[in-house]
Design a protein around this ligand. Structure first.
Ligand SMILES: Cc1cc2nc3c(=O)[nH]c(=O)nc-3n(C[C@H](O)[C@H](O)[C@H](O)COP(=O)(O)OP(=O)(O)OC[C@H]3O[C@@H](n4cnc5c(N)ncnc54)[C@H](O)[C@@H]3O)c2cc1C
Length: 344
């Protein structure tokens, strides 16, 4: 196996990320849950409040633990990346290699074309290249939908201590604050269409959008520097095809991009990867078993919530011992991966 990665170097890859029981259960399958838990902080009780600080509701992780048996965590993405890279140390990664297309070959293989014109033949291509997937574009020309929302995130070290996490909402915007291990804090939010942001947002857009919000938001915004804030357009798509021709498969955001406020896109990318790896060990027709499932369509939703290819394995491989790998409640029970029958 070879990983082709467009980035020239593996840098810190964002800010914080919440890892929920479905991701931790999947990581357990490949022996990485303990390492991941060791770099994260337990996701604390979270108050959801208005922009002037009035409590609307709250989220108690103890309920998640009692229902799903695992404590969700929040971690710095750089630390998550180093756990994953450490476990994949023997897999070659070709940095600075952007894939531009994949195309079938007459020999029932697939050719990967890269930006420098190289062609690499493969038996199986896994498109894990995110919401703007070049692998998807090779067989599905429909572009993702660009939302009018703009997401931002930042990690700040040495600021005021964030006790329990909180999410404040108002005027179409959201502001999330959570503690991270190592006296760091993770801040993230969405700016709504009325945020006055431009195509090239600046720190000033943030300060303007949250002007007059409750304490300590002004103090926190003062700590965030232009260099530490990361902006992303919010893109999504209706669930669509996740395989092409039997030897191309999409996972993660390439298959089912998730909006940031769901806090599940990374978790489901992990779940997909672990499930696909298990399917590949399972039998003669691995991709036939990694079947498509379109929650977005069946639920009549216009978004992409949970249309995870990895959730749809109908005959779970024996290596997946979890009673239920996926935590997301669903109207359609077929998206749960259930225990394989006990060996005779
Ligand atoms: C503000 C914010 C907060 C979020 N919070 C959470 C959270 O708390 N929990 C959670 O689970 N999810 C969260 N998400 C969602 C999560 O970040 C994504 O769903 C997740 O990163 C998707 O992973 P992926 O591997 O599929 O794609 P990506 O993370 O986009 O990775 C794609 C990789 O492919 C590479 N690549 C892209 N194109 C090419 C190409 N043509 N050739 C070669 N390489 C290429 C990229 O460089 C990148 O390394 C959040 C997202 C945002 C924006």
């Amino acid at each position: 196996m070879t990983v082709l990665e467009r980035a020239r170097e593996l840098t810190e890859a964002g800010a914080g990320i919440g890892l929920w029981p479905n991701a931790l259960r999947a990581l357990d399958e490949i022996g990485l849950a303990d390492a991941m838990e060791s770099i994260g902080a337990p996701f604390s009780a979270t108050v959801i409040q208005t922009r002037d600080g009035r409590r609307l509701s709250g989220f108690d992780p103890a309920r998640v633990v009692s229902r799903l048996g695992r404590q969700p965590i929040i971690a710095h993405r750089a630390d998550v990346q180093s756990v994953l890279l450490g476990a994949a140390a023997d897999i070659p990664i070709r940095l600075g290699t952007a894939v531009t297309a994949v195309k079938p070959t007459p020999q029932d293989a697939v050719t990967v074309v890269t930006a420098d014109g190289a062609e690499i033949e493969a038996g199986l291509v896994v498109g894990a290249d995110g919401v703007n997937s070049a692998v998807r574009a090779s067989f599905d020309g429909s572009p993702p939908t660009v939302s009018p929302l703009l997401s931002w995130r930042a990690v700040v070290a040495g600021g005021p201590e964030i006790g329990d996490a909180w999410l404040s909402i108002g005027a179409g915007h959201q502001f999330l604050a959570t503690p991270l291990p190592g006296r760091r804090a993770y801040f993230a939010g969405l700016l709504g269409p009325r945020g006055g942001h431009t195509a090239a947002p600046e720190l000033e857009s943030l300060r303007r959008a949250y002007s007059g919000w409750h304490d300590p938001i002004p103090e926190l915004l003062a700590l965030i520097e232009t260099t530490t804030v990361r902006w992303d357009e919010v893109r999504h798509r209706r669930a669509g095809r996740t395989t092409a021709g039997g030897n191309v498969v999409l996972i993660g955001d390439a298959a089912h991009p998730m909006t940031p406020d769901l806090g599940q896109g990374g978790c489901q990318a992990i779940e997909d990867a672990v499930t696909l790896a298990a399917a590949l060990r399972y039998g003669d027709e691995p991709l036939a078993r990694f079947t498509e499932f379109d929650v977005g369509e069946s639920a009549g939703s216009s978004t992409t919530h949970g249309a995870s290819a990895g959730c749809s394995l109908r005959e779970p491989p024996s290596s997946l011992r979890s009673e239920t790998l996926l935590c997301r409640p669903s109207r359609n029970p077929s998206v749960f991966i259930r225990s394989p029958p006990s060996p005779a």
